[in-house]
Write a protein that binds this ligand. Sequence first.
Ligand SMILES: Cc1cc2nc3c(=O)[nH]c(=O)nc-3n(C[C@H](O)[C@H](O)[C@H](O)COP(=O)(O)O)c2cc1C
Ligand code: SF4
Length: 432
Amino acid sequence: MDVTTARSAREVLGSEFTINKLPIKNRIVLGPMSVLRPTEDGRPSAQTIAFFKRRAAGGVGLIIVGGSVATERAWRESPFSPNLRFDKDEFVADLKRLTDAVHEYDTPVFAQLFPSFGRMGVPRDGHQISAASPKPVNLGVAGLPDHVYVPGGRITPPPHEATVAEIKGIEADVVAAARRAKAAGFDGLEIGAHMCYFYSSFLSPLANQRTDEYGGSAENRARALRDAVAAVRAEVGPDFPIGVRMSVNDHMPGGQGPEGWAEVAAHIVPGGVDYIALSDGNYESLRENLPTPSGNMLAHGEPQAFRKAVGDGVRLFLSSTPDPQQAATAIAAGHADATMLARQLLADPDYPTKVVEGRESEIVWCDQANSCMRRLMLNVPVHCHKNPEMGREDPHAKQANLGQNLAVWAAGNPVLMGLADKAARLATKRKR
Ligand SMILES: Cc1cc2nc3c(=O)[nH]c(=O)nc-3n(C[C@H](O)[C@H](O)[C@H](O)COP(=O)(O)O)c2cc1C
Ligand code: SF4
C-alpha cells in the first residue's frame, strides 16, 4: 500500500515497512524503557521476559529492549540499575531466552546498547566518568516533566575529557556487544547516543568544547559516533539493521535546534545507519523529553528537519505521538516512518491491535502524570497506575512495598516537593 494516499490511522499505522531488509508488520514500535527488572547480575528475569511477551501479544510491530549496557564501564556507572548486560559472552545464552520468547509472536526485537553514560554516569569505586568535555548536567534546568520534582535541583559530577584511547576503547566494546546481540538472536540494534550520554556529549556544542578532530564542525562532532556505527557495521554485516537514538533539539541556550542536530545526523548516517529513533530534549530540558501533549516533536519541526537532512533512505521513528491520527498523518506526509511509543504502551499493551483494528475507543490512555518516571528516578519497581498488570506480567515478580509506594506519591506531590525544595536550597545556602 502506498501510505501517501492512505487516510485512516488504521490503514497507515497498520501498513508494513522495512528496516534494512527486515519486514515490520506495522508502524508501531515499543520504545526502549528501563522498566525490565533484570536479575541483580544483569540477566533477563522471568518478569523481563513476561513484560515483552505481553507487548508482543498486544500486536506491536517492533520491540526495542532498553536499559541495556554494552560495556563494563556502563554497567558500573549506570544511573538506573541493574541493567541487562551485553558486555561479556557469558550473557548471550540468557539474552537468547528473551529473543526466543518474543519471536514466538513473530515480533522482531532490537537491542538498545548504552556504550557509557557520559555526563550522566555515576562515578563509583574510584572510577572516573568521561564525556566529550568536562561539562556536568544541570538536571531539568530548562523545565521538568509534569509531576516530576528535583528538590534543590541537581548538578551531576563533572566528567573528565575523554582521551582518544578511551573513545576508541568504547568503540571496540560496542562492537563486541553488537556481536553478542546478533549471536543472542536480536534482529537489529541501536546505539543509545541521546540524553547527555557518552556519544550525545560529542554531538552538540552545548556539551562539546573540544578543539581536536572530535570538536568544532558538525562533521567533527559526529566523528566518534559515525566511527562507532561504521565499526559495528563492519562486524554485523550489511543486512543487519543498525539504528542510533539521537536527540533532536537541546531546547537550551547555546545548544542546537532541529537543523543543527539534523546536520550532525547527516554526517553519522554514512557510517551505516538504517534508522534514527528521535528523542526530544535531554536531561537539562527533561520536560521536552517526557511531554504531556501528543505531537510536540511534530510541532517543533524536528522529524521534518531530520527527513530533509538524511533523506528517505533512513527510517525515522517519531516519539511521543500517541494520538494515532496525528502519527498517521505525519507518516503519510513522509515526516517519519513509524511511531515509537513508550509510556502509552505501559498503560495499554493492546494499543497496537486496537489501532490496527479500528477500536480506538477502547484504548486505555496514558495520563502523562509520570509516576512511572518517578519510580525509575527513585529506583523503585516501575508500575503504571492506569494498568494494574504492568510490572506484574510475571505473577511472581517482586513488587514495590508500601514505603516505596508512599515515597513515589510524596515525590509527585507539589506541596511537599515545594517545601522540600525550599529546605534543600536553604541547606545549600548555609553550607556556603
Ligand atoms: C520509565 C521510563 C524508562 C525509560 N527508559 C529508557 C531507556 O532505557 N532508554 C531510552 O532510550 N529511553 C528511555 N525512556 C524514554 C522513552 O523511551 C521515551 O523517549 C519517553 O518516554 C518519551 O516517549 P513517550 O512520550 O512515548 O513516553 C524511558 C522512559 C520512561 C517513562
Ligand atoms: S504511570 Fe502509566 S499512565 Fe502514568 S505516565 Fe506512566 S505510563 Fe502513563
